[in-house]
Design a protein around this ligand. Structure first.
Ligand SMILES: [Zn+2]
Length: 593
């Protein structure tokens, strides 16, 4: 057996056991649209959802960037790994035990390394959690900060006692899980100097950090004891599995509710996330003590449509929000700012009985917030500063897609800066023109596929029906009609016909494996549609196609008849004539010829 088919066995084994919707649903907010589901593509930037998933055929396709494939392709694209690693990741994620011959295939080195890393982090988290529960000063501190026992458990909060003796017993316990001091040195959880081990997490409350799939991947530690004047927070060092610029604390827990509510709260600290969850705002996440990056926003835009930012009312929180305003146009998530009373963080606010709903009602979209800020003390600025502020605002307006929103923002800017709207508009058009001429230089045009050029709606409907119901191929008139279709369709259907009859799902999977890349793309396009289309009744489509190909059918039948007469093949002649006459009768009766 070749490697290719062995891999396919493994992939098919997995595909039979996971549903593409639940896999992709962990990464992208999907909405049902007819027979398929749509969302914003995680592989390219877009305003509208061109990303389509067909649960019926277990494939996805993006009409924007043409990314497409099955569940294995999806995971290898999103996790940036090989198909084999993707298979392994899927099996791990969905607890699928593989038959021995298949499980041998997936034990690739890098996938193992990844799994081992997550496992080490998990064991550390478990040990530290146990430590915390038995260390009263830590639990007292958390109790004072109104962190409930339930939260301590749900967020697996931990504690690492200091001193050589304690580190020694920590290492001993790790060893029972086959984890060595070297492993902890490798991931920089421990440092070694002069033969002694120590850790920056000692004497800190530890917040284990999980990725959006719930795998432990790093730690944040906070000082809590009187007189501890080290920096307040310490986070794990970055590595390829722990990237602060894209991880969000709490996303694994919040994801489900974010999908349901379609919005999320972004707060600054781990304890804010915990407080928000305690008060029922379970759709809350935080960055890892770092600024919210474009990457974070992009990640969130796959899950939410709206993001409420709940930053501290201090000046740092303020400037963080202004930075977000300049980033937000590059993503597809609408940002709103919520204003906390001065000197309060979300945890204080909630513990003191603050009404978050009231803040939400008064939320301001981040661009208006930015404008207001730009307008503060505008009169007292120098001419240069004034121009700079206005240009900054206009450059934000320029990037707003919705023309109505643009108009509203222009009017806002006009009243804030006390400047006539039409002058601002002129300047805006000048800016737009400038970028437009720059853009034309590096526009990348995707060549349309052959299938897009020559296939009309009728053929698409026809093939869609066949791929959705393979039984249709058994009908003689369907098989006949395919002979007249463009050659790439004929090739695809031939491949489908060559797959031995078995249950529909398996048959489709086997068929899909036989396709080349461009055929796969065509099939994905046939199966998912960009626009909602009335699925016409198959009989109507069939008849219309017969009408469309009628001339070709007549000519070809004539040729075949001549040939059959030469060889004297009477049964062929009979067949040809009766099929032809039947079709002619049908089309005549409908007034189509
Ligand atoms: Zn795309």
């Amino acid at each position: 057996m070749t490697i290719m088919t062995e891999n396919n066995n493994l992939f098919n084994y997995l595909k039979e056991r996971v549903q593409i919707l639940s896999v992709i649903g962990e990464h992208v907010l999907l909405k049902k649209a007819g027979f398929y589901w749509k969302g914003r593509c995680p592989f390219h930037d877009e305003k509208t959802g061109s990303f389509t998933v067909s649960p019926h055929r277990e494939i996805f396709y993006c009409f924007g960037c043409h990314a497409g494939g099955d569940v294995i392709t999806f995971i290898s694209k999103i996790e940036n790994c090989t198909p084999l690693e993707a298979a392994k990741s899927l099996a791990d994620r969905f607890n699928i035990s593989l038959p021995q011959e298949l499980s041998l295939m997936v034990s690739t080195e890098s996938a193992d390394e990844k799994k081992r890393y997550f496992n080490i982090c998990q064991v550390i988290a478990e040990i530290l959690h146990k430590n915390l529960l038995s260390y009263k000063p830590a639990t007292d501190y958390l109790k004072n900060r109104m962190v409930t026992n339930q939260s301590i458990n749900e967020f697996s909060l931990g504690y690492l006692p200091s001193g050589q003796q304690n580190i020694k017993s920590f290492l001993q316990e790790l060893r029972t899980h086959n984890i060595l001091a070297k492993d902890l040195l490798d991931i920089h959880f421990l440092e070694e100097s002069k033969g002694f081990f120590h850790s920056s997490f000692e004497k800190r409350i530890v917040f284990p950090i999980k990725d959006h799939l719930g795998r432990f991947c790093g730690f944040g530690g906070r000082v809590f004891e009187q007189g501890d004047d080290r920096s307040k927070y310490y986070n794990s060092r970055e590595n390829s599995f722990f990237q602060k610029g894209s991880l969000l604390f709490g996303l694994d827990k919040a994801k489900k509710d974010i999908h349901k509510l379609k919005y999320a709260f972004l707060v600054e600290g781990y304890t804010d996330v915990i407080a928000m969850h305690q008060y029922g705002y379970t759709n809350t996440i935080a960055t890892l003590g770092t600024a919210c990056t474009l990457e974070h926003l992009k990640q969130l835009s796959y899950h939410a449509e709206k993001l409420y930012i709940l930053y501290d009312g201090d000046s740092a929180g303020h400037s963080a929000m202004l930075r977000l305003a300049e980033l937000c146009w590059q993503t597809n998530i609408d940002l709103y700012t919520l204003f906390l009373p001065p000197k309060q963080d979300p945890a204080d606010f909630l513990h003191q009985g603050g009404d978050l709903q009231l803040l939400i009602n008064q939320a301001q979209d981040i661009i208006s917030f930015f404008f207001k800020e730009a307008g503060t003390n505008f009169g007292q600025q120098s001419l240069q500063q004034k121009l700079e502020r206005m240009r900054k605002c206009l450059s934000i307006i320029k990037n707003v897609q919705d023309p109505f929103k643009q108009e509203i923002l222009l009017q806002q800017a006009s009243s804030i800066f006390n400047f006539p709207t039409h002058t601002l508009k002129q300047e805006l058009n000048r800016l737009k023109h400038k970028t437009a001429s720059l853009n034309t230089l590096n526009i990348k045009t995707e060549m349309p596929l052959e299938s897009e050029i020559i296939t009309c709606l009728l053929e698409k409907n026809f093939i869609y029906a066949i791929l959705s119901n393979l039984e249709l191929l058994n009908r003689k008139e369907v098989a006949n009609l395919i002979n007249y279709m463009p050659s790439f369709i004929k090739n695809i259907i031939n491949k489908l016909q060559s797959i031995p009859a078995c249950d529909e799902k398996t048959r489709f999977m086997l068929f899909f494996d036989t396709l080349n890349e461009s055929e796969k793309k065509s099939v994905q396009q046939f199966l998912v549609r960009e626009e909602e289309q009335e699925a016409q009744e198959f009989e109507i489509v069939l008849t219309q196609l017969e009408k469309k190909y009628w001339k070709m059918i007549t000519q070809k039948t004539k040729l075949l008849l001549e040939e059959a007469q030469k060889t004297g093949d009477a049964s062929s002649i009979n067949d040809l004539v009766s099929t032809f006459l039947e079709l002619k009768k049908k089309l005549l009766s409908r007034g189509l010829i």
